[in-house]
Design a protein around this ligand. Sequence first.
Ligand code: ADQ
Length: 467
Amino acid sequence: MSRLVVVSNRLADPRRPAAGGLAVALGEALNRTGGLWFGWSGNVNEEQQPGEAHLQTRQAGRVTLATVDLAPEDHAAYYQGYANSVLWPVFHYRLDLADFHGAYLDGYRRVNRMFAAKLLPLLRDEDVIWVHDYHLIPLATELRALGCRQRIGFFLHIPVPPPLILAALPQHDWLMRAFFAYDLVGLQSEADVAHFRRYMLNEAQAEDLGDGRLAAFSRETRVGAFPIGIDVQEFERLGRAADAVQTCEALRQEYSRRKLLLGIDRLDYSKGIPQRVRAFRELLEKYPENRHSATLIMIASPSRDDVLAYADLRQELEGLCGGINGDYGDLDWMPLRYIHRIVARRRVPGLCRAVRVGLVTPLRDGMNLVAKEYVVSQDPQDPGVLVLSRFAGAAEQLKDALLVNPYDTEGMADAIQTALHMPLEERQARHRALMETICTHDIHWWRKSFLDALHAPAPEAQAQPPA
Ligand code: ADQ
């Protein structure tokens, strides 16, 4: 059996469940054959020169964790710059927030080249390599240029926008060509696959070979949708544990006369958090019977504070939340409880279970795992209702949620009203259908289907980088 090598910007100790579903699933796959996980340590090293790094390795069970620190200039240009101020906004359709700065691209290339140089000596002939996410799109090109012949797969966790949005990226042809250095490209949804294919056929003059295969730049790649899932069993186990049960009971007691709604995300402009608050305000305005009876809990964990767009978002949100509480709140009721913090993972299922409505309203999202976690946390006898943006990748699978357009404030308020008053039988039926999909397509299914496709017979080894 071939050894699995996972490469991602950040890595987590796969033996710690607190690291989350993805780390656990990858850890499981790595443990099976003994594996290597390579990436950034998360540390910025003031002593280091740009493009340079010292490799550190340690063992976690059968898995070798190999990491490098980043020089301050590399962290600024590669991570904060090209990855999070160019690719993240553009791939989330937000050209208005992209900061196309030449030095960012240099840093992005430099770090990908450095990653390839550090990884190459660790590779064995029979390895299969799985690269993750937008930070590392050119990694396979760099590896191929150094002579790497192993199979390399890539999974993109964020959406792919339509070709004309991609084409606004000053270096789009260079970036998109880099996908051809991979043997398999996994995306979250069929919509992403359609955009990717259209770009490759129209902008890169790729040839469609059928069965998801595309040829261009003297290479072939295969593209497919592999919607990521959650570790259902692990999440259910967390939900039965004391911390989650206590969290749920404490909330139910405190709010015994009220219906709760919940939003839980990273504080990111892609998550549609201000739009959600506006819809909640509209709900209180249009359906006044909810005043004094509905409370929205919003937990937004700090994220990328040092990128300007995130600081602006935080300010906007604080204004909106303060506005609702000031305008509608009373001595015995506050409509909104806003918490700018990460909550412990072991409490998340309890939080989700205590609330009648889960609000997942991104403007764009690759998948959105909170939507799946919310459903799995529910009591099947008396489940809550998921209100889900049609623009989350998850909406392709979770058709039994109440699907909304987060730009339509009034429509979203109507959907929240429907959710708050949905009869028990309908809640149960929707919950059953959602659970079926989420359980069938869990994190193990995702990992296995991607790796099976990557192992499937491919055209003759393609050792060269895209011409
Ligand atoms: P993210 O954008 O980080 O991931 P998401 O899929 O929602 O988003 O996952 C977030 C995880 O963090 C969930 O497990 C959630 O429970 C947890 N979380 C979020 N806010 C929290 C808070 N305040 N406190 C505690 N826990 C919190 C990217 C893509 C997504 C894609 C995933 C996986 O942007 O679209 O679904 O990768 O591929």
